[in-house]
Design a protein around this ligand. Sequence first.
Ligand SMILES: [Zn+2]
Length: 198
Amino acid sequence: MASPEIDALSQALARLPGLGPRSARRAVLHLMKKRETALMPLLRALETVAEKLSTCTVCGNVDTIDPCAICADPRRDPRMLCVVEEVSDLWALDRSRLFPGKYHVLGGRLSALEGVRPEDLGIDRLVARVAEGGIDEVVLAMNATLEGQTTAHYLAERLDRFPIRLTQLAHGLPVGGELDYLDEGTLAQALRARRPVA
Ligand SMILES: [Zn+2]
């Protein structure tokens, strides 16, 4: 029905999270109809991001600048640090705009099953950041999954020797729930009601 070029575009879009073949075809049609107002701006945005994409050497976020926009923002409170498993969790929490501090992305969670060990995650970097001083509170914002909670316990042990307030999200979070999938209200409430790590 369409040339191989257009097929290739449809297939590439269909592989994106949240899109399937049907929505990918609709997106392609839209892009072709709106060459100047949709296709070209998308192309330029993709090019720019692809060119500048980098992982923040401070916190592990992905952005087009390093340090990332959050780490570089002087309005952020450097005394508060929120630790998350994935970049998607950071973005989910930051959408709620309730956390005024900075973040640290681990890049996963401890998992005996998948063979993920502490040294596979950004844990040493986290401990080093806290050891540098100037941080009063660390919020452990792990997912409410078994592995997320195992990771939180491990972090609590590693951070025990520092003079900081260690808190975690209140688990009105659904059991097995992942931060990225929560509505902003639930997430905001969990952050507001965070409690000391036992
Ligand atoms: Zn950063």
